[in-house]
Ligand binder design. Structure first.
Ligand code: ADP
Ligand code: MG
Length: 630
């Protein structure tokens, strides 16, 4: 999947008007909001100085609360306190049946595909829960900045599919936030470090949050970020670090976790202490831990070295995921120019060490890893809001999706590939498929997939009235031209006769970024399928061509040049090819074509002979006649 840093045209404003736009990192564990003030992007704190807002919403009978106040109830009131709602975004009832087994929530059976959670405040969907978090972030921005919000850039994981992105947009709409752009989290982190204006190359974004680990490999080319691969583990994060430490504490306290049932408040205390110890060990060598209540009582200390031993196996899992993802991206470690650290858990020094060791370079950590995504989103929001005139058009100068033509078998022949800078003109020659063809339908499509049905149709026109040729002899040159405004003109010309036709099309009209991203994601997800489908369609077209040629030959010479036996053999091979051509096995079609060719070998030779003979006969008769007359 690829993310394109494109700007909507017509969004620039007069330079003196500063428009209030924010970046929102809508995280699984924590959310943040940031904005650019006096040229500096910074996250906005609440009155107590907290920048991160726990992504937790509690629904009580008469009120909804968000953030720290809600998080305090996650253990005492789990059914009404929704945590990690991001995991359910854009998910259907079926997906949740898998996820839901381990969750404390009461899911409500609904007629619609969107699952709802039953709470004291009524039934709520993931989109609604998310919108409460967004409303909270918006309120923080408005109270800190004292102005109406013009719009927001909201970040989403690079792997989010269309439904998940759409659900995020819907949540923003419910919160009455104008979405300037959904930005991929790793891209936002890269933007925060200014890598978008730096040198071209491949970068890795290592994002270890509270409950998820994401590794993304991006390629930066001419200001455009392309996501080469994403990987990670959706069930690995700082919470697992906390669990390891909590287990260790129980062990030290002589409590057998397997047999002892701890009450909710003890679990909460234990987890809080474990987390506090972990976070403290990011800056000190040793911490004192004190867990004491009526059912558990332990005091002791934990050193950083001891914690490292507890966490190493988990950290190793993230490194293995990095290795896999590099392989998926077809990139070797030496190609990685920068590694960006994202997520609160990358503050754990051991994590930084292991990442540096694996990538053989010092990762970028100068921007607070909790805030880096929100900061990047804020920078992008500032540009999109039109506060930086001149910058917003910069990245428009490429075509976001490939443009091509439909060819036989419903396949797409790409003429201009995506990310090609504009203006550009490219031409390609095509030919006719049938004898005597005097017209050709031209179908212009946009997209990365191999089949026309999976791409977007842009325009159709006919090139008519060129003189008939035998199949394959006409030369039709199709030219695609895109001007600096992104307008496409397609023209076709039959080279022998000079017959021409053309049409103007607007290639990106009506396609949102989202649709573009979806199309790109699909093309990556289906690359393998598409290759198979393409080779199948190509074989089917070839099969049809062979059958048409065979039938023409049989009609012309089948009776005179073939014995009954020979004819029977050919008919068997022909029937087999017809049969195979209707199925979906390219190799079988290929084999059937071979079989037809083999069965026809003698027939083809005889036809050739007879046509040569005929030609010579005609010739010699003429010559003979002429000779006679002389
Ligand atoms: P998410 O992207 O999932 O919303 P964050 O990036 O906010 O999550 O990361 C939250 C995680 O970061 C929590 O597990 C938290 O304990 C951990 N974390 C925060 N600060 C520190 C620190 N100083 N040292 C170690 N871990 C930390
Ligand atoms: Mg995050």
């Amino acid at each position: 999947m690829a993310l394109l840093q494109l700007s909507e045209p017509g969004q620039s404003t007069a330079p003196h008007q500063h428009r209030l736009a924010v970046g929102i990192d809508l995280g699984t564990t924590n959310s943040l909001v940031a904005t650019v003030r006096s040229g500096e992007a910074a996250t906005l704190p609440d009155s107590q100085g907290h920048h991160s807002v726990p992504s937790v919403v509690r629904y009580s009978k008469d009120r909804i609360c968000v953030g720290h106040a809600a998080a305090e109830h996650s253990i005492t009131d789990p059914k009404n306190t929704i945590v990690s709602v991001k995991r359910f975004m854009g998910r259907g009832v079926d997906d949740l049946q898998v996820l839901g087994k381990k969750l404390p929530y009461d899911f409500v059976a609904t007629d619609s595909a969107v699952p709802r959670i039953h709470t004291a405040h009524g039934d709520v969907s993931a989109t609604e829960v998310s919108s409460e978090i967004l409303k909270y972030m918006k309120a923080r921005a408005v109270s800190a900045l004292g102005d109406e919000l013009m719009g927001a850039v909201i970040t989403v994981p690079a792997y989010f599919d269309d439904a998940q992105r759409q659900a995020t947009k819907d949540a923003a709409r419910l919160a009455d936030i104008n979405v300037l752009r959904l930005l991929n989290e790793p891209t936002a982190a890269a933007v925060a470090y200014g890598l978008d204006s730096g040198q071209e190359g491949v970068i890795a974004i290592y994002d270890l949050g509270g409950g998820t680990f994401d590794i993304s490999i991006l390629r930066l080319n001419k200001g455009v970020f392309e996501v080469l691969a994403t990987g990670g583990d959706s069930a690995l994060g700082g919470d697992d670090f906390d669990h390891k430490i909590a287990e260790w504490i129980l062990q030290q306290a002589g409590v057998d976790a397997a047999t002892t049932e701890l009450d909710a408040s003890t679990v909460r205390l234990l987890m809080q202490q474990a987390r506090a110890a972990k976070e403290a060990l990011s800056s000190v060598e040793q911490v004192e831990i004190n867990v004491s209540n009526t059912s558990l009582n332990w005091q002791g200390s934990l050193s950083r070295a001891q914690m490292n031993d507890l966490l190493d196996a988990l950290i190793k899992q993230t490194i293995l995921a990095c290795r896999r993802t590099l392989r998926d991206a077809d990139v070797v470690i030496e190609n990685i120019q920068q590694v960006v650290m994202v997520g609160g858990s990358t503050r754990v020094l051991r994590v930084r060490e292991k990442v540096a060791e694996f990538f053989a370079c010092e990762p970028l950590v100068s921007i607070d890893p909790d805030k880096v995504v929100a900061v990047g989103a804020a920078l992008q929001a500032d540009v999109l809001a039109g506060n930086k005139p001149g910058e917003e058009m910069l990245l428009l100068d490429i075509i976001p999706l490939s443009l091509g033509l439909e060819t036989m078998g419903g396949l797409v022949e790409k003429i201009i590939h995506r990310n090609t800078p504009i203006p550009v003109a490219k031409a390609q020659d095509f030919t006719t498929y049938k004898d005597g063809q005097t017209a050709m339908a031209i179908h212009v499509v946009q997209g990365e997939r191999d089949l026309v049905t999976d791409c977007r149709s842009l325009a159709r026109f006919d090139l008519c009235g060129f003189p008939p040729h035998v199949a394959g002899a006409a030369r039709i040159r199709v030219t695609f031209q895109i001007d600096a405004d992104g307008l496409l003109m397609v023209s076709a010309r039959e080279q022998n006769s000079g017959v021409e036709a053309s049409v103007d099309v607007r290639p990106s009209y009506g396609l949102s970024d989202n649709e573009i991203e979806t199309m790109l994601r699909d093309s990556m997800a289906h690359a393998e399928d598409d290759m198979q489908t393409r080779s199948l369609r190509e074989q089917q077209v070839e099969g049809e061509r062979v059958l048409a040629a065979l039938d023409a030959a049989l009609t012309a010479d089948g009776k005179t040049l073939l014995s009954a036996d020979e004819r029977a053999t050919i008919d068997v091979a022909r029937a087999e090819l017809i049969n195979m051509n209707s199925k979906d096995d390219a190799d079988a079609i290929k084999a059937a074509i071979k079989q037809v060719e083999a069965s026809c070998e003698a027939f083809v030779a005889r036809r050739m002979n007879s046509s040569i003979k005929q030609a010579m006969r005609g010739h010699s008769i003429d010559e003979y006649a002429t000779h006679h007359e002389e």
